[in-house]
Design a protein around this ligand. Structure first.
Ligand SMILES: NC(=O)c1ccc[n+]([C@@H]2O[C@H](COP(=O)([O-])OP(=O)(O)OC[C@H]3O[C@@H](n4cnc5c(N)ncnc54)[C@H](O)[C@@H]3O)[C@@H](O)[C@H]2O)c1
Ligand SMILES: [Zn+2]
Ligand SMILES: [Zn+2]
Length: 354
């Protein structure tokens, strides 16, 4: 095995920098993963790529980037309890202390230990390198029928969306509106369909993204973002609105559309991060008995449940990937993602190079 490896770091000026590292040795309870697929997230662009904006849990510490890693265990540290060499694994993208109340619920995302909570690709090395050290407790086994690129997207994107959809309870009773059709919004449409939604509607400003939602059959209707969106959704839904709405844009107008285009008694989920929203509580939610949910990532047992269901539903998160790059081409990968004229963008290795 090689002794040295290349890793991509994001200096915060819309470029990618490559550095050479020693291939790390797994310590107690850790594994060494040969990276196979490492996808780029909107949060990387928002908080790291252009500028280092993040604070606290989103504070980037100059480590190897990439918080959506998926690969194969090639070396074992001492003291492993379940996983072993050869296992194909997804990494829950935040390593928590394991013993605070949030970690005990499986939500390592909100681990309260300032010292021990470290997100891969933010405060500890992530997936934009040939190898990655992960803690065994952060691993989810990748089912044989899913590809590494399917798996990479489960960690952040699909897991996040599944959590939000489970909170508002999507089923065959529902018409679902999704605003913002980046990788997260496209995942929301894909899962909403799989969970039984009878009608799906997607809204974005970027024509390429509307086209992806339409051509993959994820959205029954696509609408260009604009002031008529609420009326247009009402027209599609016999004047009633959607039982469930999900914002994956973080845009204030899109959030308001989600609130106003939800049906009476409807449930609204906010996933897009940052920014603001202004609405009038009485006409917009109180008198129509609507509920707004916020949802942050997911817990690790739900991620495990999600991969089992993805297999049963026969869907492939990989279908959202429109562009694949080698590690050496990572700068083009981030640049494309930052421009938005794409679905999901993946940096791939070995058999995932297609
Ligand atoms: N809550 C969580 O746990 C969580 C987890 C992961 C990502 N996120 C957030 O989810 C959001 C989506 O992530 P992504 O990777 O898909 O990002 P992205 O930036 O690729 O997608 C956002 C999309 O919203 C669209 N948009 C902008 N204005 C709009 C408008 N007025 N109406 C409709 N669409 C509009 C953009 O064109 C873009 O396609 C980001 O804010 C990200 O930070 C949240
Ligand atoms: Zn992410
Ligand atoms: Zn914790």
């Amino acid at each position: 095995m090689a002794r040295k490896m290349k890793g991509a770091v994001l200096p915060g000026n819309s470029t990618v920098e490559f550095r050479e590292y020693d291939v790390p040795q797994p310590g107690h309870g850790e594994v060494l993963i040969k990276m196979k697929s490492s996808t780029i997230c909107g949060s990387d662009i928002r908080a790291i790529y252009h500028e280092h904006l993040g604070k606290g849990p989103e504070g980037y510490q100059g480590v190897i980037a990439g918080h959506e890693p998926c690969g194969q265990i090639v070396d074992e540290g001492p003291g492993l309890r379940r996983f072993k060499k050869g296992d194909r694994v997804i990494v829950y993208h935040i390593s928590g202390c394991g013993v605070c109340n949030d970690c005990r619920r499986g939500y390592m995302i909100s681990c309260t230990s300032a010292e021990h909570r470290k997100a891969y690709g933010w405060q500890r090395d992530g997936g934009m390198a040939e190898y990655l050290i992960a803690e065994e407790k952060d691993l989810v086994l990748l089912p044989d029928s899913l590809s590494y690129t399917d798996g990479a997207q489960v960690a952040c994107g699909f897991g996040t969306v599944y959590e939000g959809l489970e909170k508002i309870g999507v089923s065959g009773n529902d018409r679902v509106l999704v605003t913002g059709l980046g990788p997260v919004g496209l995942a929301a449409l894909m899962l909403a369909k799989a969970m039984g939604a009878t009608t799906t509607i997607g809204i974005d400003v970027i024509p390429e993204r509307l086209e992806i939602a339409k051509s993959l059959g994820l959205a029954d209707h696509v609408l260009t973002a604009g002031p008529d969106n609420v009326r247009q959704v009402m027209e599609i839904t016999e004047g009633q609105g959607c039982e469930k709405t999900v914002d994956c844009s973080a845009n204030d107008k899109a959030r308001l559309t989600c609130i106003q285009a939800a049906r009476k008694w409807g449930k609204i989920c906010f996933i897009g991060e940052g920014g603001k929203v202004e609405f009038q509580p009485s006409p917009d939610i109180i008198h129509d008995q609507k509920t707004i949910y916020g949802s942050w990532v997911t817990n690790i047992w739900r991620m495990e449940e999600l991969v089992e269901r993805i297999v049963r539903w026969g869907i492939h998160p990989e279908d959202l990937v429109t562009h694949r790059f080698s590690l050496e081409e990572a700068d083009s990968a981030y640049e494309l993602m930052a421009g938005g004229k794409c679905g999901k963008v993946a940096v791939v290795f070995d058999e995932e190079v297609k």
